[in-house]
Design a protein around this ligand. Structure first.
Ligand code: GDP
Length: 191
């Protein structure tokens, strides 16, 4: 599959720093350690991508990657770090809320996790379309993948588009996720 060139566009600490050119955006969000960075790397085929996102100082920012002239991937701050203080956690939440709460360019949220009902409820509340990526699928047998998929699908809200089992390690499911992202970008505004 031919990928557009991926370039690091920049990091935003506040909404004024989000891109302004109106290209569609696909947001990645989720708790830390669910495999978000690895999935971003696998999708973009660029090893350094997640390193940019996880470099010190950038973990609290929204990091934007531009895919050719087509769209942006927006890597939102991870959350659920047990060791950060309350003030820092609120700061991240504020930035994530200001992004998710009013982003016309947002075509799709990709949400890598096994189960995170709070985030799913939040995305439903804001009527944001999302795909659940059940990450690290290589760790699981086929039966377990199907079982998790069924669990996730049962809990899905109104705007969920799909549940995909993906592995950054083996690459399984990555093409399927790309197709879903492309379709959402192409149909933005039609849903
Ligand atoms: P993030 O904090 O959500 O960005 O998570 P990372 O991408 O840094 O991954 C967290 C841990 O899970 C790392 O040790 C990765 O090597 C591992 N990991 C991520 N994706 C996969 C996967 O598809 N398969 C396996 N087996 N391990 C993975």
């Amino acid at each position: 599959m031919k990928l557009p060139t991926v370039t690091f566009f920049g990091s935003a600490a506040s909404p004024e720093q989000f891109p302004r050119d109106g290209l569609p955006e696909v947001a990645f969000l989720g708790r830390s350690n669910v495999g978000k960075s690895s999935l971003l790397n696998a999708l973009a085929g660029v090893k350094g991508l997640a390193r940019v996102s996880s470099s010190p100082g950038r973990t609290r920012l929204v990091n934007f990657f531009r895919l050719g002239n087509d769209f942006y991937l927006a890597d939102l701050p991870g959350y659920g770090y047990a060791r950060v203080g309350e003030a820092m956690r609120r700061g991240w939440e504020g930035l994530v809320n200001s992004y998710l709460g009013g982003r016309d360019a947002l075509a799709l949220c990709v949400f890598p996790t096994e189960s995170d009902e709070t985030l799913a409820a939040y995305l439903d509340h804001h009527r944001l379309p999302y795909v659940l990526a059940a990450t690290k699928a290589d760790h699981l047998g086929r039966g377990e993948v199907l079982r998790r998929r069924a669990n996730l699908e049962r809990g899905l809200g109104r705007k969920a588009r799909a549940v995909l089992a993906v592995s950054a390690t083996t690459g399984s499911g990555v093409k399927e996720l790309w197709r879903t992202i492309r379709a959402s970008v192409a149909s933005r505004g039609e849903s």
